[in-house]
Write a protein that binds this ligand. Structure first.
Ligand SMILES: Cc1cc2nc3c(=O)[nH]c(=O)nc-3n(C[C@H](O)[C@H](O)[C@H](O)COP(=O)(O)O)c2cc1C
Length: 376
């Protein structure tokens, strides 16, 4: 059944201003520059109570039907910020006011990392996608841990870790040691950990999607007492065989779930409508939407509710989020939808989810998880 979003005046006005005015100007400027400005702006808004209250008045929406307790963590709604937008954990004070149910910081690497040379992000407007070649730029685990130590967060915070992007960390032992450094430094911060093994932009590719490498990495991480749920972030470009191997390791090492998915790399994708862009980098948004849906469904079919799935890739509306939930995601995340549609998208998705749950006779979002997938 198609869903007709109800009209919410405040949301519609913000959307109008964002898409018709703000975006027209901002989309003329280099995307990384705008990203940096938005993070700095969000961080300064978060410092002042009055600005936080105004932000909440404009954007926040919560509803009891959206609340879930997952692996001991209370999520007030299922919509989170995906890894890569707030790389250094600067937005923890403002994102709750924007209406997010949770957020992921990072990717954070063992050492400080400058990332790849600029330019390293492009807008693929016709495809509603971002082409990203950042290469894991962040301040490094120690500096980020120092700044966030002892902070109380108003929404659950995921710590997304990766290995420093350089030649040295391609080797199994050095790569695992780098992950381990980030894991250790961040162990007392945040509510869950995501191990990012699927960044398409790091030197040497994604060696830790290989089962021997991953087994070695998980063995190393298991030397640190587990204090919070651990997820693995998967690439949408994996074969079923590779996914099965990763699931088997996740079982063996008692992990909690999967983030499905990261950026996609292959250019043979029917959702690409732009031409003339670099042949390196990973693509987000609508280009990865179907691939992420298929990955969620596949993992859910294989594992059911044994693992928690966080669905991410191409969420631009409440229908997109609901579809991923019905395919097996308990939580969802986004970046690109917010960049193209505006920050009111978070409350628009949450309102839409409440309407669709009511339409379908569910009392809580958890009842809809995996509703479209037949297992067995
Ligand atoms: C600008 C940008 C930077 C990203 N950086 C990271 C990162 O550091 N770590 C990570 O796990 N994913 C990163 N991603 C991938 C996103 O977390 C997400 O998996 C992907 O963009 C699909 O979601 P979307 O279509 O809602 O953007 C990045 C994505 C974007 C657009």
């Amino acid at each position: 059944m198609t869903y007709r979003p109800k009209a919410y005046p405040k949301q519609a006005i913000i959307h109008f201003f964002y898409v018709r005015l703000f975006k027209l100007v901002v989309f003329q400027i280099d995307p990384e520059r705008i990203h940096d400005i938005m993070v700095a702006f969000g961080e300064s808004l978060g410092r002042y109570g009055v600005m936080r209250r105004i932000t909440a008045f404009l954007f926040d929406f919560q509803h009891p039907a959206l609340a879930q307790r997952i692996r001991g963590i209370d999520f007030r709604n299922p919509v989170g910020l995906s890894g890569g937008f707030d790389k250094n954990g600067r937005l923890t004070d403002i994102l709750p006011e924007v209406g997010f149910g949770f957020m992921e910081i990072g990717s954070i690497t063992g050492d400080r990392c400058e990332g790849n040379p600029k330019p390293r992000m492009w807008r693929l407007k016709k495809s509603k996608s971002l082409l990203v070649h950042y290469g894991l730029n962040n301040r490094g685990a120690r500096a980020i841990a120092r700044r966030l130590q002892g902070r109380v967060f108003r929404i659950p915070v995921g710590i997304n870790i990766a290995k420093t992007n350089n030649q040295e960390t391609v080797a199994k032992e050095a790569g695992a040691a780098d992950y381990l450094r980030a894991y250790r430094e961040m162990r007392h911060i945040g509510d869950y950990v995501t191990i990012n093994i699927s960044c398409p932009n790091a030197y040497g590719g994604c060696p830790f999607t290989d089962k021997d490498y991953l087994e070695y990495l998980l063995t190393e991480l298991a030397t640190v007492p587990k204090t919070k749920p651990v997820f693995i972030k998967l690439s949408p470009d994996l074969t079923h065989r590779e996914i099965d191997d990763i699931i088997a390791l996740a079982r063996r090492f008692n992990l909690d779930g999967f983030v499905c998915s990261n950026l996609t790399k292959p250019r043979e994708n029917p959702r690409i409508f732009d031409t003339d862009f670099p042949d390196y980098g990973g693509m987000s948004g609508k280009i990865v939407d179907d691939l992420s849906d298929r990955l969620i469904e596949y993992v859910f079919r294989q594992t059911g509710k044994e693992f928690v799935i966080i669905g991410v890739g191409g969420i631009f509306s409440s229908e997109d989020a609901y579809r991923k939930i019905r395919k097996g995601a308990s939580l969802v995340q986004l970046i690109t939808g917010m960049v193209f549609e505006g920050p009111q998208l978070i409350s628009a998705i949450n309102r839409g989810l409440v309407d669709m749950l009511e339409r379908d006779g569910y009392r809580n979002i958890a009842e809809a998880v995996g509703a479209d997938v037949r297992r067995g």
